[in-house]
Design a protein around this ligand. Structure first.
Ligand code: FPP
Length: 226
């Protein structure tokens, strides 16, 4: 029997290098990356098994980039969250986020909240954007909540009080050839299968995703057993 695929998580990496190799500015790579988000989300919404697609859109470390690039990423994000409402409605996609949104502008937070509200009843796919997200931080905050609630510190309670009710990841893909987790979903990736591809995110295609899913299906997942 092949492995179920309910939760797919992706570290979208390589926009900057994609642009540089074409003699373009880095922001052109991010623009092209938005198109990839679109086609991959569309594909996942039509996939018979995938329930959750979590995308690492902005890490807690990304604030260290030049202000102009951070501002442009925020601009693209706002545009994406607004214009995707059409796709979300058409394909039954529920929009969610994980991470601390408080440093984002009020306008952006409002757009995010409004899109969440509009898509709340959609149940074909949850698209979760990790924004200003860090995995260690999420675990620390969960443990704190467990303590505050006077509960026992155990795996079930820590899982329950994470920011994300989306459950364990089945398959995690990172593009651009880097082979690191970069503080992404550390708790939820414990038993995930990992796939790394040299393809830069703007070039990542549905065909390549299908091929990685096919390879995942054939792997043997043991979850610590034999
Ligand atoms: C990595 O490329 C990509 C990101 C910073 C996150 C993903 C961003 C997008 C897909 C663009 C849309 C923006 C948002 C926030 C949804 P990189 O710049 O690290 O590439 P490099 O490693 O080649 O420099």
């Amino acid at each position: 029997m092949s492995n179920p695929l309910r939760h797919l998580a992706i570290i979208m990496d390589g926009n900057g290098r994609w642009a540089k190799e074409r003699g373009l500015r880095r922001i052109k790579g991010h623009e092209a990356g938005v198109e990839t988000i679109r086609r991959i989300t569309r594909y996942c919404a039509e996939h018979p098994e995938i329930e959750t697609l979590t995308l690492y859109a902005f890490s807690t470390e990304n604030w260290k980039r030049p202000k102009m690039e951070v501002d442009y990423l925020m601009y693209l994000l706002e545009r994406l969250v607004h214009t995707e409402r059409k796709l979300y409605a058409e394909k039954g996609v529920r929009f969610e986020t994980i991470g601390d949104l408080s440093p984002l502008s009020k306008k952006l937070r409002n757009t995010i909240e409004e899109t969440k509200r509009i898509t709340r009843s959609h149940d074909r796919l949850s698209q979760v954007l990790a924004l200003n997200y860090g995995g260690r931080d999420e675990i620390v905050r969960s443990v704190r909540r467990v303590l505050e609630a006077g509960e026992e510190i155990n795996e079930a309670n820590i899982t329950r009080r994470l920011d994300t009710p989306f459950g364990d990841v089945d398959l995690m893909i990172r593009t651009s050839g880097e082979q690191r987790l970069s503080n992404f979903l550390l708790w939820q990736l414990s038993y995930a299968e990992l796939a790394f591809t040299p393809t830069y995110w703007p070039d990542f295609s549905v065909e390549e995703l299908e091929s990685l899913i096919e390879q995942y299906k054939q792997r043997q997942r043991k979850f610590g057993g034999i």
